[in-house]
Write a protein that binds this ligand. Sequence first.
Ligand code: S3P
Length: 165
Amino acid sequence: MKLVLVGFMGSGKTTVSQLIGQKLRIPVLDLDQVIVKQAKRTIPQIFTESGEEGFRMIEHDALENISDLNGVLATGGGTVLRADNREIIHNMGALVVRLEASSEVIFKRLKNQTGRPLGDGLNVQSIEQMQNLRNGAYEDCSDLVINTDKLTAPEIADKITGMLV
Ligand code: S3P
Protein backbone atom coordinates (compact mmCIF):
# COMPACT_ATOMS: atom_id res chain seq x y z
CA MET A 1 0.00 0.00 0.00
CA LYS A 2 1.44 3.35 -1.06
CA LEU A 3 -0.33 6.56 -0.21
CA VAL A 4 0.92 10.16 -0.32
CA LEU A 5 -0.90 13.09 1.29
CA VAL A 6 -0.36 16.56 -0.14
CA GLY A 7 -1.93 19.91 0.68
CA PHE A 8 -1.52 23.27 2.35
CA MET A 9 -0.21 23.76 5.89
CA GLY A 10 -2.91 22.86 8.38
CA SER A 11 -4.85 20.66 5.99
CA GLY A 12 -4.36 17.66 8.32
CA LYS A 13 -1.71 15.65 6.47
CA THR A 14 0.32 14.65 9.54
CA THR A 15 -2.60 13.68 11.79
CA VAL A 16 -4.49 11.88 9.04
CA SER A 17 -1.38 9.94 7.93
CA GLN A 18 -0.93 8.68 11.50
CA LEU A 19 -4.55 7.59 11.76
CA ILE A 20 -4.37 5.78 8.41
CA GLY A 21 -1.12 4.09 9.46
CA GLN A 22 -2.75 2.82 12.68
CA LYS A 23 -5.88 1.71 10.89
CA LEU A 24 -4.21 -0.16 8.06
CA ARG A 25 -1.12 -1.16 10.07
CA ILE A 26 1.21 0.30 7.49
CA PRO A 27 4.36 2.37 8.05
CA VAL A 28 3.95 6.15 8.31
CA LEU A 29 6.52 8.68 7.18
CA ASP A 30 6.24 12.40 7.78
CA LEU A 31 8.61 14.31 5.53
CA ASP A 32 9.11 17.17 8.03
CA GLN A 33 10.07 14.63 10.70
CA VAL A 34 12.45 12.88 8.31
CA ILE A 35 14.07 16.27 7.61
CA VAL A 36 14.41 17.12 11.32
CA LYS A 37 16.00 13.73 11.99
CA GLN A 38 18.40 13.94 9.06
CA ALA A 39 19.37 17.59 9.57
CA LYS A 40 19.44 17.30 13.39
CA ARG A 41 17.76 20.72 13.43
CA THR A 42 14.17 21.87 13.85
CA ILE A 43 12.29 23.27 10.83
CA PRO A 44 12.43 26.87 12.23
CA GLN A 45 16.19 26.44 12.85
CA ILE A 46 16.73 25.32 9.26
CA PHE A 47 14.79 28.32 7.93
CA THR A 48 16.70 30.73 10.18
CA GLU A 49 20.14 29.32 9.40
CA SER A 50 19.73 28.24 5.75
CA GLY A 51 16.69 30.18 4.52
CA GLU A 52 13.77 28.75 2.57
CA GLU A 53 16.13 27.85 -0.28
CA GLY A 54 18.28 25.75 2.05
CA PHE A 55 15.20 24.11 3.51
CA ARG A 56 13.92 23.21 0.03
CA MET A 57 17.24 21.57 -0.84
CA ILE A 58 17.17 19.48 2.34
CA GLU A 59 13.51 18.68 1.70
CA HIS A 60 14.30 17.52 -1.85
CA ASP A 61 17.15 15.28 -0.65
CA ALA A 62 14.95 13.79 2.07
CA LEU A 63 12.21 13.04 -0.45
CA GLU A 64 14.70 11.45 -2.82
CA ASN A 65 15.98 9.23 0.00
CA ILE A 66 12.51 7.86 0.68
CA SER A 67 11.43 7.51 -2.95
CA ASP A 68 11.13 3.76 -2.36
CA LEU A 69 7.98 4.42 -0.32
CA ASN A 70 6.16 1.66 1.50
CA GLY A 71 3.14 2.90 3.47
CA VAL A 72 1.78 6.40 3.90
CA LEU A 73 3.76 9.61 3.44
CA ALA A 74 2.69 13.02 4.73
CA THR A 75 4.50 15.66 2.68
CA GLY A 76 5.15 19.25 3.76
CA GLY A 77 2.84 21.96 2.47
CA GLY A 78 5.48 23.22 0.04
CA THR A 79 7.01 19.92 -1.06
CA VAL A 80 5.11 19.71 -4.34
CA LEU A 81 6.07 23.24 -5.42
CA ARG A 82 9.17 21.83 -7.11
CA ALA A 83 8.50 19.99 -10.36
CA ASP A 84 11.28 17.49 -9.61
CA ASN A 85 9.61 16.67 -6.28
CA ARG A 86 6.30 16.12 -8.05
CA GLU A 87 8.15 13.79 -10.41
CA ILE A 88 9.60 11.79 -7.49
CA ILE A 89 6.13 11.49 -5.97
CA HIS A 90 4.64 10.46 -9.31
CA ASN A 91 7.30 7.77 -9.68
CA MET A 92 6.49 6.36 -6.23
CA GLY A 93 3.45 4.77 -7.84
CA ALA A 94 1.31 5.81 -4.88
CA LEU A 95 -2.24 7.06 -4.64
CA VAL A 96 -1.77 10.81 -4.11
CA VAL A 97 -4.53 12.43 -2.07
CA ARG A 98 -4.83 16.18 -1.72
CA LEU A 99 -6.34 17.47 1.51
CA GLU A 100 -8.00 20.80 0.85
CA ALA A 101 -9.45 23.38 3.22
CA SER A 102 -10.73 26.95 2.96
CA SER A 103 -8.52 29.85 4.02
CA GLU A 104 -10.85 30.50 6.98
CA VAL A 105 -10.49 26.96 8.27
CA ILE A 106 -6.73 26.92 7.70
CA PHE A 107 -6.44 30.19 9.61
CA LYS A 108 -8.33 28.75 12.60
CA ARG A 109 -6.15 25.63 12.58
CA LEU A 110 -2.83 27.51 12.25
CA LYS A 111 -3.41 30.41 14.58
CA ASN A 112 -2.64 28.53 17.80
CA GLN A 113 0.23 26.50 16.41
CA THR A 114 3.93 27.29 16.19
CA GLY A 115 6.86 25.80 14.31
CA ARG A 116 5.83 26.81 10.79
CA PRO A 117 8.13 29.59 9.56
CA LEU A 118 5.93 30.27 6.53
CA GLY A 119 2.72 29.99 8.52
CA ASP A 120 3.51 32.49 11.26
CA GLY A 121 1.57 35.72 11.08
CA LEU A 122 -0.66 34.71 8.18
CA ASN A 123 -4.23 36.00 8.06
CA VAL A 124 -7.19 34.71 6.06
CA GLN A 125 -6.31 36.93 3.10
CA SER A 126 -2.61 36.04 2.96
CA ILE A 127 -3.47 32.35 3.34
CA GLU A 128 -5.82 32.66 0.37
CA GLN A 129 -3.11 34.39 -1.68
CA MET A 130 -0.63 31.66 -0.86
CA GLN A 131 -3.19 28.97 -1.67
CA ASN A 132 -3.84 30.59 -5.05
CA LEU A 133 -0.12 30.43 -5.81
CA ARG A 134 0.11 26.79 -4.78
CA ASN A 135 -3.18 25.28 -5.94
CA GLY A 136 -1.85 24.45 -9.41
CA ALA A 137 0.99 22.38 -7.95
CA TYR A 138 -1.33 20.45 -5.62
CA GLU A 139 -3.74 19.80 -8.49
CA ASP A 140 -0.95 18.75 -10.80
CA CYS A 141 0.22 15.87 -8.64
CA SER A 142 -2.91 14.55 -6.94
CA ASP A 143 -5.21 11.72 -7.98
CA LEU A 144 -8.09 12.86 -5.80
CA VAL A 145 -9.12 15.73 -3.54
CA ILE A 146 -10.89 15.72 -0.19
CA ASN A 147 -12.36 18.89 1.21
CA THR A 148 -11.69 18.74 4.93
CA ASP A 149 -13.56 21.87 6.07
CA LYS A 150 -16.37 19.98 7.77
CA LEU A 151 -14.53 16.77 8.59
CA THR A 152 -12.58 15.65 11.65
CA ALA A 153 -9.23 13.91 11.17
CA PRO A 154 -10.73 10.43 11.90
CA GLU A 155 -13.48 11.14 9.35
CA ILE A 156 -10.91 12.09 6.72
CA ALA A 157 -8.89 8.96 7.49
CA ASP A 158 -12.05 6.81 7.21
CA LYS A 159 -12.95 8.43 3.91
CA ILE A 160 -9.51 7.69 2.46
CA THR A 161 -9.31 4.12 3.72
CA GLY A 162 -12.87 3.55 2.47
CA MET A 163 -11.72 4.50 -1.01
CA LEU A 164 -8.90 1.99 -0.89
CA VAL A 165 -11.07 -1.11 -0.55
C1 S3P B 1 5.82 24.37 4.62
C2 S3P B 1 5.00 23.51 5.32
C3 S3P B 1 5.47 22.77 6.50
C4 S3P B 1 7.00 22.59 6.48
C5 S3P B 1 7.69 23.89 6.27
C6 S3P B 1 7.26 24.57 4.96
C7 S3P B 1 5.24 25.08 3.45
O1 S3P B 1 4.82 21.51 6.57
O2 S3P B 1 7.37 21.67 5.50
O3 S3P B 1 7.43 24.72 7.36
O4 S3P B 1 6.01 25.63 2.64
O5 S3P B 1 3.99 25.09 3.32
P1 S3P B 1 3.25 21.33 6.99
O6 S3P B 1 2.45 21.42 5.74
O7 S3P B 1 3.21 19.97 7.59
O8 S3P B 1 2.93 22.41 7.96
